[in-house]
Design a protein around this ligand. Structure first.
Ligand code: SF4
Length: 408
């Protein structure tokens, strides 16, 4: 594949891509076979692709001249024709609890949010898949913003590379790590329990988990999200275990099974209600794909990607979805699905129509689930001082700039 072909392919896959507006096509987001074809087209040795791949995804270099295993003329040729530059960062906020939030700016000026949540021994990066969102979940601040466009796989991956740069988290991916990733993804549940205890090398990594829970509905940007998942979990590249990458959906039922078949990553579902009438209101995509259809797709997912639990997200809205009866109904709905339910205290934003359930109601809800054998951790509220509710930092920035975006 030559550079022109990389551009054409990206254009076919993305709407309005920022890459088309950049001077040179980005290599970030290209697969190893594509890099190999590119080397051949440029008259370079094919083995250079593996070197380039290692510099991009194992070492995280941002300048061809730092690739010391590649000779100077080749470095210069690459620099003339292709780019490995990261997206820009227009805001970088750090909370008192060390949660970090970046407003990432792409070549066309569009911005998304990326959030890092340290919770030793884990460090989770929450990444965006769209600029804005077409859905309008009533508890979600991003739902108040119009969809501008899908992100390309390159723009999704660049959020991870940018975070690793800022966290000084390069240098921990080695061939030993790649072997560990491969075997963890293939191991039996018993062996995996042992492997999940972190190695000392892994324990020093700041970024261990990736969740597609930022701006946008990932399954509405399906091809780019699948491509990004496969790059993230490539054992010779960024080498995240498939068990450490989670794609969250509000319930795009027709794509759920295919996600399992093509990536093998974890699935999270924004459930938030146990009755169709209420979910139609809170998560409007439910009008198209009601709860029963969604849960059938989840049952199939655990057959396609065995030994995994589905993570159900449940935001606690005071007096709306948080009664003990709701909890009992949830237990019934999840029967037969290996599940974990994350109870999320609602993080209010200006103008939001809800308040957060009291601690007592959240704990009473959780007790019903635990009594039924369903893990139901209460998510800690993080980064409140840096507008950590999804979409808030971007809205604040747009208000400041007086920017108006149009629905496309
Ligand atoms: S919860 Fe997700 S799908 Fe719903 S509006 Fe927010 S970003 Fe979009």
């Amino acid at each position: 594949m030559n550079t022109a072909a990389i551009i054409t392919k990206t254009a076919e896959q993305a709407d309005n891509t920022a890459e088309l507006m950049a001077e040179k096509p980005s290599l970030i987001g290209a697969s190893l076979p594509e890099l190999t074809d590119l080397m051949a087209t440029m008259g370079l040795e094919r083995f250079r692709a593996k070197q380039l791949w290692g510099w991009l995804y194992n070492k995280g270099v941002t300048d061809f001249s730092a690739m010391h295993t590649i000779n100077k003329p080749t470095q210069q040729l690459l620099a003339q024709h292709v780019s490995i530059a990261r997206a820009g960062v227009s805001k970088n906020a750090v909370s008192f609890d060390n949660t970090r939030k970046w407003l990432v700016k792409f070549a066309d000026g569009r911005e998304v949010e990326t959030v890092y949540i340290p919770d030793a021994p884990r460090g989770t990066l929450c990444i965006s898949s769209q600029v804005g969102c077409t859905l309008a979940c009533t508890f979600c601040h991003t739902g108040t913003q119009n969809l501008v466009r899908n992100l390309t796989a390159s723009e999704i991956i660049t959020q991870v590379l940018m975070a690793k740069d800022d966290l000084h988290d390069w240098g921990s991916t080695s061939s030993a790590e790649a072997t560990k990733t491969r075997s963890a993804d293939r191991a039996s549940p018993e062996r995996r329990a042992g492997q999940d205890r972190m190695s000392s090398a892994e324990a020093t990594k700041k970024l261990t988990n990736i969740v597609f829970m930022g701006m946008g509905e990932p399954l509405f940007n399906f091809e780019h999200v699948v491509r990004a998942c496969n790059l993230l979990t490539d054992p010779d590249g960024l080498a995240f275990s498939k068990r450490k990458v989670t794609v969250s959906t509000s319930g795009v039922v027709p794509k759920i099974r295919e996600l399992g078949e093509r990536t093998g990553v974890n699935l999270a579902v924004s459930l938030h209600a146990v009755r169709d009438d209420l979910r139609n209101e809170i998560v409007p995509i439910n009008r198209k794909y009601p709860i029963a259809e969604l849960l059938d797709a989840c049952r199939d997912y655990v057959k396609i990607v065995p030994s995994r639990r589905i993570m159900f997200e449940y935001v606690m809205l005071d007096g709306v979805n948080d009664s003990v009866e709701d909890a009992r109904a949830l237990v019934k709905l999840l029967k037969g699905i290996p599940s974990k339910v994350n109870l999320i205290p609602f993080n209010p934003w200006p103008g939001s129509p809800y308040t957060c359930s009291s601690n007592n109601r959240i704990h009473a809800f959780g007790r019903e689930l635990i009594a039924a054998g369903i893990a139901s951790p209460i998510r800690k509220t993080r980064g409140q001082d840096i507008m950590a509710a999804c979409g808030q930092l971007k809205s604040a920035s747009e208000r400041k700039k007086g920017e108006k975006v149009k629905r496309v």
